[in-house]
Design a protein around this ligand. Structure first.
Ligand code: 5GP
Length: 179
């Protein structure tokens, strides 16, 4: 374990198992609807989750990336900025947004709105983590990997000042790391 990690909340094994379950569920759901989604990954935090999840989606998907920003340090600044937009038209497409975590819900609300403004036919959300106790906007992801308590987490894509994204698990930093 990384020396700055106080505790592991979600293990590497648990993430892999859950990715397989979610991928299977997503495959079944879209197959039943007769649709193939365009998978949109929100940079940078969702990349490790995207990479693992898509191995288990047995459909001819395409994927693209966008980047937004809402956090500085450990506090949400409540202002979602589009830093990098999609590279393609999504008019008439069925979008599956991949997120690292739903916290206040502001990012998801804004990004979902943006997808519809760009002409998406449907938008679904899959998030590795969900922190429902922090919700400000009434929004729920269609697929959630793990519901976690109100703690600031790092690892598996999630950062503290751009570090710890490469940890293969989700954990909580030692208090001294914030000083
Ligand atoms: P929301 O708009 O739902 O408040 O926040 C979404 C974004 O805030 C996430 O995509 C993530 O980048 C960041 N975020 C929220 N909670 C945490 C957390 O516990 N740890 C880290 N590292 N980032 C978080």
């Amino acid at each position: 374990m990384h020396p700055n990690i106080k505790k592991v909340l979600v293990s590497e094994e648990a993430i892999q198992t859950r990715c397989a379950e979610l991928g299977k569920q997503i495959t079944e759901d879209y197959r039943n609807l007769g649709k193939v989604p365009v998978v949109v990954s929100v940079l940078k935090g969702s990349v490790p989750f995207l990479v693992n999840l898509i191995k288990y989606i047995d459909l001819d998907i395409e994927f693209d990336f966008m980047a937004v920003s809402s956090y500085e340090g450990t506090e949400s600044i409540g202002d979602v900025k589009i830093i990098m937009d999609l590279n393609r038209s999504i008019k008439g497409d069925h979008i599956l947004m991949v997120e690292d975590i739903v916290d206040t819900g502001r990012t998801l609300k804004e990004v979902t709105k943006l997808m519809f403004n760009k002409g998406a036919e449907s938008v679904k959300i899959v998030s590795l983590l969900d922190k429902p106790s922090r919700r400000v906007i009434d929004i729920t992801a269609d697929y959630v990997g793990f519901t976690i308590p109100n703690e600031f987490v790092v690892g598996f894509g999630l950062d503290f000042d751009e570090k710890y994204r490469n940890l293969p698990y989700v954990g909580v930093l030692k208090d001294e790391c914030y000083q």
